[in-house]
Design a protein around this ligand. Structure first.
Ligand code: AHR
Length: 491
């Protein structure tokens, strides 16, 4: 057992934790939308206008604040007009990025906004810059948000929606350094300026425009974009970073079968996002020290080799306690960077990569990652506060910090979330509290063997349980088992 001290100063506020930091992403990829979120209204699986009721309920429970759509790489080949009107006459297309399957466009703009309304979350559209046109994107905004008489608003009405929707978040392209057009940053910056000029605010709707930011450690991309786009044209730039256990994209490692070395390598690679955010933020500070432009981590999570026997283009992977620890570490990092990071979207919500939910026919399981979002949800719309961990090493000679932690205050309560990244050692953690008089503590824990997972024949193996900690006026003490995620409510 290691003794670890965590110092928290509840009076020292470090940034507002936007609810969107707990955001998600759903792409037309594999079984995320079709055979996942959207089963169609004639399905035997309970649904509301084709949207699975159990999934919508699960998303509401974790207070899903925002859902990015339709991609990903798919966004830059998506033509929104193919996905409106009578379903039987919607144009079919090839999903060239993800398995060359036929996309029948039965889930389009109306179905997506219906999904967001059922969940109660903000929509976040990724516009097509790579293979679309300025006019096409401008018309999409008009179709969605214009309330008066116009060609696009009239078309929306003809398709059954009288009232305009509200749309805040708009991404101008996706990964335009890669699948979104293989552009150089200078070229993309000009394209961004042109596209965004024609995305107008209609009928009181105000767009929050997000430029394509860097891939992982491409610091030059951030510099060029910040220099050439500037804060007058954008509210945010995106960052994409995936955790690949082996670091080798041709052999990423298995989701369920891994040894302790690969586990610690996964944790080390996931913690690297802290350095990425710090260094990109420093570059952004050169142009925007007031932090008016946000870093939007709109794709993050673990990316493993697909499950044996599944379509390699569908990116289906299981999800273990390792993913729970990864999720906890990332969310703690985002909380700690709440002054610059204003949104983050886990990739992806259902049946793809580090999912919240997996489905098989009418069955649905909540993954360990889902439970972490459940335990962390009250960080949404709170204030991050000073939190310093006097850390130890997780495991022998790993150089990986054992404890990941963040803290926030809301409505006079302190929420502290912790991951013990060690595979075999408990931590006796003593939280020294400043600026807060504690009188009660309640807690939850998610723990188990690192390979534990929820599957269709055993859906409740990894579950949230009650956790007991002790409290005195200026400190809280807790013994946190190995491979565990804990949340503590201190009052
Ligand atoms: O999330 C899967 C893919 O990863 C997305 O489509 C793309 O943006 C990224 O490369």
């Amino acid at each position: 057992m290691k003794n670890i001290k965590v110092y928290i100063n509840a009076a020292d506020k470090r940034g507002h934790i936007n609810k969107e930091i707990y955001g998600h992403f759903a792409e037309h990829l594999g079984r995320c939308i079709y055979d996942g979120i959207y089963v169609g209204e004639n399905s035997d699986i309970p649904n509301v206008r084709g949207i699975r009721s159990d999934i919508a309920e699960a998303f509401r429970k974790i207070k899903m604040p925002v859902l990015r759509w339709p991609g990903g790489c798919f966004a830059d080949e998506y033509h929104w007009k193919d996905g409106i009107g009578e379903k039987s006459s919607r144009k079919k297309m090839i999903n060239t990025n993800w398995g060359h399957v036929t996309e029948d466009n039965s889930f389009g703009t109306h179905e997506y906004f219906d999904l967001c309304e059922q969940i109660g979350c903000e929509p976040y559209l990724a516009g097509n810059v790579g293979s679309g046109s300025v006019a096409e994107l401008a018309e999409w905004i008009e179709y969605i948000t214009f309330d008066d008489v116009s060609p696009m608003a009239d078309l929306r009405r003809k398709n059954g929606r009288e009232k305009a929707w509200r749309l805040k978040y708009l991404g101008i392209g996706n990964e335009n350094w890669g699948c979104g057009g293989n552009m150089r940053p200078e070229y993309y910056a000009d394209e961004y300026r042109r596209y965004q000029s024609f995305c107008k605010n209609f009928s009181g709707n105000e767009l929050y425009k997000i430029a394509c930011g860097p891939n992982a450690d491409d610091y030059n991309w951030t510099d060029v974009i910040m220099k050439n786009i500037g804060k007058w044209h954008t509210k945010g730039i995106s960052l994409h970073y995936y955790t690949v256990p082996t670091g080798d994209w041709s052999k990423k490692g298995s989701a369920r079968s891994f040894d302790s070395e690969e586990y610690y390598s996964t944790i080390s690679k996931t913690l690297y996002i802290d350095e990425l955010i710090t260094r990109h933020s420093h570059i952004m500070d050169r142009y925007d020290y007031e932090k008016e432009v946000a870093l939007i981590v709109d794709e993050w999570g673990c990316w493993y080799d697909v499950e044996e026997g599944t379509n390699p283009g569908f990116l289906y992977q299981q999800n273990t306690m390792r993913d729970a620890v990864v999720a906890a570490c990332n969310l703690n990092i985002f909380n700690r960077h709440a002054d610059r990071v204003k949104m983050a979207n886990l990739a992806q919500a259902v049946n793809v990569l580090q999912s919240l939910v997996l489905t098989e026919g009418e069955k649905m399981v909540l993954t360990p990652t889902y439970h972490v979002f459940d335990m962390y949800k009250e960080h949404q719309e709170s204030d991050a506060v000073y939190c310093f961990v006097d850390n130890a090493e997780a495991g022998d000679k790993t150089k990986i910090p054992m404890i990941s932690c963040s803290a926030s205050v809301k409505d006079g309560k302190l929420l502290v979330t912790i991951a013990n990244c060690s595979l075999d050692e408990e931590a006796e953690v003593s939280f020294a509290l400043n600026g807060f008089n504690a009188s009660a503590v309640s807690g939850n824990i998610l723990t188990g063997d690192v390979h534990d997972l929820n599957d269709f024949d055993d859906p409740h193996k990894v579950m949230i349980k009650n956790f007991v900690a002790t409290v005195s006026e200026d400190s809280v003490k807790a013994v946190i088992p190995a491979c565990a995620v804990v949340s503590l409510w201190i009052e």
